[in-house]
Design a protein around this ligand. Structure first.
Ligand SMILES: Cc1cc2nc3c(=O)[nH]c(=O)nc-3n(C[C@H](O)[C@H](O)[C@H](O)COP(=O)(O)OP(=O)(O)OC[C@H]3O[C@@H](n4cnc5c(N)ncnc54)[C@H](O)[C@@H]3O)c2cc1C
Length: 384
């Protein structure tokens, strides 16, 4: 189906989705969703093709490219039915942070194999009392001689059950100021004192969420990424990256759903005509196309802007709101057009719809983006 042009310069990266679709048929993904099993085979295939280190410099085993390429790949994979949340948290956040701020020994030990997909690092910042307001984080990282000790509980960490390491954001007294700073620590998942249990989320996506309990979990000081209590510097590029990659996932999901909705509306005959001949069916699909086409352009612009200036969050906020709105509306229109088939595993729209809806709440909720747009673009007073 001709919808709109795929990314121009990043076409090769967008095409990774089609490459995976030629290697893994739909039953693979449906099974992973059904069993909430991390799609390790696709992950390894991406790594073997040199795709997971897209934002890691070549000297550490990566490709030395940027958000534009990762966004194109994320969108293309989702459009072919492989919407992978870990491309945000692992490929977009954790690996670039290790490459930028990890100690040399840690980078040498971990990055080449992570880029090859022979391992997984996930990201854990959220706690029951601290989601969008990270100032409420209560997990502590106590720095000792040659080690750091973690205590506290993280909620919702996606794919932690399949990971070798978790990038944890915790609090440490700042020696220069009278307050707590943030410390970013890489914790091997087999560390004594780290206990994992399933989080009670019920989503039809492969990545499970876990609750992580840290009870005097001790790791070598070398596993601190950046300096203790200076973690915000390590995460400075994260807000733009997560918004751009959420947008990429949302547009890709929307494209996947729209294509299936259109195909079904051509095939399904009611009252002697295909349902796609009725304007009441055509218009929501046409509107979905318009929304996705615009969001796609904003996404490309935000990705390029993020590569030029990793702190340019307002442009990423605009793309994120446009894309998560368009992605959800496309998924919802497709679900309606598909009738009962939309709710079956073979129809696949239901699971995509859930993920499209999630992207309006997490990793960043729409209101948070709107707050920044109001303040930074419209010049209104800060509201939070
Ligand atoms: C399936 C799933 C996977 C996840 N994976 C991870 C992961 O891998 N790692 C991780 O660390 N976390 C993860 N999370 C957590 C996720 O990032 C948080 O849920 C998200 O940041 C929102 O935080 P919260 O749930 O505390 O909501 P809150 O911060 O309590 O916000 C609740 C709602 O209040 C409203 N709101 C809040 N603040 C404002 C404001 N200033 N202005 C207007 N409205 C506002 C919004 O509507 C928002 O949705 C995951 C969550 C889910 C559901």
């Amino acid at each position: 189906m001709a919808t709109f042009d795929g990314p121009g310069e990043q076409g090769d990266w967008y095409g990774v989705g089609a490459e995976m679709a030629s290697r893994f048929d739909r039953s693979y993904w449906v099974e992973a969703v059904e069993n909430r099993r991390f799609p390790a085979e696709v992950w390894r295939a991406l790594g073997a093709g040199g795709r997971l280190g897209v934002m890691v410099p070549p000297e550490h085993g990566g490709r030395g490219l940027g958000l534009a390429e990762l966004a194109a790949m994320t969108e293309g994979l989702a459009a072919e039915g492989f919407p992978i949340l870990s491309l945000i948290t692992s490929t977009g956040l954790a690996l670039p942070a290790i490459a930028r701020a990890g100690r040399p020994a840690l980078r040498d030990e971990l990055l080449p194999s992570l880029c090859r997909g022979e391992g997984l690092v996930v990201f854990a910042i959220t706690e029951a009392g601290a989601g969008s307001n990270i100032m409420n984080l209560a997990t502590t990282a106590e720095v000792g001689k040659g080690h750091v000790v973690l205590n506290g509980t993280k909620a919702y960490a996606s794919a932690a059950d399949a990971a070798d390491h978790v990038m944890v954001v915790a609090r440490t007294p700042d020696p220069d100021r009278d307050r707590l700073g943030f410390t970013v620590v890489l914790v091997p998942t087999d560390t004594p004192g780290l206990r994992m249990e399933p989080a009670p989320t019920r989503l039809a996506i492969p990545e499970r969420q876990s609750v992580l309990h840290f009870d005097n979990a001790e790791v070598p000081l070398d596993y601190v990424v950046g300096e203790p209590a200076r973690g915000l510097r390590v995460l400075a590029a994260a807000p733009v990256a997560e918004r751009v990659l959420m947008a990429a996932l949302a547009v890709g999901i929307g494209r996947f759903c729209l294509e299936r909705g259109v195909e079904h509306s051509r095939q399904r005959v009611l009252h002697d005509r295909p349902i796609g001949a009725y304007q009441g069916v055509q218009h929501p699909l046409a509107r979905a196309h318009v929304g996705l086409a615009g969001a796609h352009l904003l996404l490309e612009e935000a990705a390029r802007s993020g590569d030029r200036d990793p702190g340019a969050v307002a442009t990423a906020d605009v793309a994120c709101v446009a894309a998560t709105t368009a992605g959800f509306e496309a998924a919802d229109s497709a679900l309606q057009v598909m009738g009962g088939l939309g709710y079956t595993t073979s129809g696949e729209i239901h699971s995509m719809h859930q993920l499209a809806r999630l992207l309006r709440s997490a990793p960043v909720h729409t209101e948070s983006c709107l707050n920044n747009i109001a303040e930074q673009i419209l010049g209104l007073p800060r509201s939070w």
